[in-house]
Design a protein around this ligand. Structure first.
Ligand code: M6R
Length: 607
């Protein structure tokens, strides 16, 4: 989704802005632009396409050490140079970059047009610059405050005025904005990856706050002009973590990192002596945990599928009724908040609008909502009532991989904790911990076998449709496998419970539609094998992900990838990794842009 960077300091702003935009590329975008205050004027350069296109268009040197930059992910108006940000006022004295959606832009635009303002773009964002212009009386910060009070919708924005050299004003409502504090220089960005190369000291701007910065300082206040005291946080990520480090794609790097990222999610969270989990950030006493009668999980996309696995674990290990629901659906159906129910908002980015707004709706109704998030300091963990950071490290590829397995780990630990407070014996708890601790090593084994997925990708990459089929705890993994394939290869793929195909999807089966079956050696193995035979009987091609030594599955399937044997509740880890790799290799065969697939954004900050 759109990205923002702002800079004021002693260095040439253009270089820093372009470098920051490059680091924001992973969020997904379709055009980019910068504005620099150069020789008492604002110079704007913007281009449809990639940062490389913008770079090629920029003059060799751009004087000026204050500026703003933006990567746009179109919502209102087509993708072209004109609609790209920054936008400027008619006389070119003010420039803005904006993330979010101005919901009342039509009446605002009509009113501004009546007042003589001319619009040159089709964007909702352009109303903001004209509004600021109409309210400017020599004080940019004041004009921005008055302007945003008239906006309905969401914004993270940064504004500059040619008559206020070295000054940037940022404001936030619903779209993230973070201030970076450097040595005699300041940054504003929509996400810390844009500025981590320059500073690790950050201040998270909250909704309803405005920040005014110069190279030497900043002031934060609310819309009523009252000062707001902010704490300075220190980013724990290292710059190297957001580099590719020799890998061709971030996605490959992130898939292969999973043994370590899972270990990080577990570290310090297992109490071996009592054979239980320890999640310090939940902010819940043991008594409160004991009173939990139901767990509900809200999320989107891959995080939702992790939540489905989590619900399965909570029911089977802790015997607590649990369910996962799409956050986008929950929010608009007036959810009933029940007593003794704990909610989890699961989100890699911690900024997904659907999940965030659903969380706020639940909190408004009195619910306790815990977060399971990756990005430290993002909005969901900051606004939740407690939770778990999964510590995957930065996930840059749009397709989520390592966050999924770390989210699972958080759920295993939470389920173990609740189970041990209820029926699970210390022996059973210790056994589960042993299985869990073995996972990083078992995933290493899966990764060692990755080359054998390449011929499969070669064989099947021309298929136009795929089915992914699993059961029980691996049903959400089938859904995740289908999502991974479709989002990065653009092949149509559907995930189903293997039991469901006879209720409809089996009509799709022919020799051109491969089915990927997940066949762990669990209680449902025989049933899944029957479903495989049903597909084979209809000339369907079958790719099976099965367990070492399962000759029966190998004899039925056209192709098989073996994973090591494990406890039946642990297979989601071992089944998902080959599916991630299969999607990756298939996308490579098709020459897709693996890390930045078309139309997608890493962090979806609009509804
Ligand atoms: O940051 P989040 O986990 O909240 O993101 C949710 C989805 O947007 C995300 O999982 C999306 O489906 C990914 N592209 C999946 O790979």
């Amino acid at each position: 989704m759109c990205g923002i960077i702002g800079y004021c300091g002693p260095r040439p702003a253009a270089d820093i802005l372009v470098e920051g935009l490059k680091r924001l590329e992973y969020r997904g975008y379709d055009s980019a632009g910068i504005c620099v205050r150069s020789e008492d004027d604002l110079s704007i350069y913007k281009k449809k396409g990639k940062i490389a296109d913008l770079k090629a268009y920029l003059p060799e040197t751009i004087a000026g050490s204050t500026g703003i930059g933006h990567t746009r992910w179109a919502t209102h108006g087509e993708v072209n140079d004109v609609n790209a940000h920054p936008h400027s006022s008619g006389d070119g004295s003010i420039a803005i970059v904006h993330n979010g959606i101005v919901e009342n832009f039509t009446p605002l635009r009509e009113k501004l047009e009546e007042d003589g303002y001319e619009f040159v773009t089709e964007t909702d964002s352009e109303v903001i610059v004209h509004l600021v212009d109409s309210l400017y009386e020599g004080d940019l910060e004041r004009a921005v405050k008055r302007a945003v009070l008239l906006l309905k919708g969401t914004y993270g924005l940064v504004v500059m005025h040619k008559n206020e050299p070295g000054v940037l004003v940022g404001a936030r409502n619903g779209s993230p904005l973070v201030l970076g504090i450097g040595e005699s220089e300041m940054f504003l960005a929509s996400d810390v990856t844009a500025i981590i190369a320059h500073t690790k000291q950050v201040v998270y701007i909250e909704d309803g706050e405005v920040v005014c910065l110069t190279a030497d300082g900043y002031r934060t206040s609310d819309l009523k002009d009252r000062p707001v005291d902010k704490t300075i946080d220190v980013i724990s990520w290292e710059l190297e973590e957001i580099e590719k480090e020799g890998f061709t794609h971030y996605m490959e790097k992130e898939i292969l990192e999973q043994p370590e990222s899972i270990l990080r999610a577990m570290q310090g969270r297992i109490e071996s002596e009592y054979a239980t989990g320890h999640l310090g950030g939940l902010n819940m006493t043991r008594q409160e945990l004991l009173q939990v009668e139901r767990v509900k999980i809200i999320a989107a996309g891959t995080s939702f599928y992790a939540g489905m696995v989590g619900a399965y674990l909570l029911e089977s290990l802790a015997r607590i009724p649990a369910s996962a629901e799409l956050a986008s659906e929950l929010r608009y159906r007036n959810p009933i908040v029940e007593r003794n129910t704990v909610y989890f908002a699961v989100s890699q980015s911690g900024e997904t609008a659907d999940t965030l707004y659903a969380m706020r709706e639940l909190q408004r109704k009195g619910a306790r909502v815990l977060g399971i998030c990756n990005v430290v300091g993002s909005t969901i963990p900051r606004e939740s009532d407690g939770g778990v950071y999964i510590h995957s490290g930065p996930e840059i590829a749009v397709a989520s991989t390592k966050a999924f397995t770390s989210q699972l780990t958080a759920f295993y630990l939470f389920a173990l904790m609740l189970a041990r407070m209820r029926d699970m014996s210390i022996e059973k708890g210790a056994e589960l911990i042993r299985y869990l601790e073995a996972i990083p090593h078992l995933i290493d084994e899966v990764i060692d076998r990755k080359e054998s997925l390449i011929p499969l990708a070669r064989k099947y990459h021309r298929a136009e449709d795929f089915l992914f089929l699993g059961r029980g705890i691996n049903y959400p993994v089938a859904l995740e496998g289908a999502l991974k394939l479709k989002e990065i290869s653009y092949i149509h793929a559907e995930g189903y419970s293997a039991a469901e195909i006879k209720h409809g999807p089996i009509a799709l089966i022919n020799e051109e539609t491969p089915s990927v079956f997940l066949v762990p050696d669990d209680a449902l193995r025989e049933k899944v094998i029957s479903n495989m035979k049903e597909v084979k009987a209809r000339s369907g091609q079958v790719i099976a992900i099965a367990v070492d030594g399962d000759d029966e599955v190998a004899s039925i399937a056209d192709d098989v990838f073996f994973v090591p044997r494990a406890h039946e509740l642990m297979y989601p880890y071992l089944m998902v990794v080959p599916l991630q790799l299969f999607a990756y290799y298939t996308a490579l065969e098709l020459g897709r842009n693996v890390d930045q697939p078309r139309n997608l954004a890493k962090s979806v900050t609009v509804e």
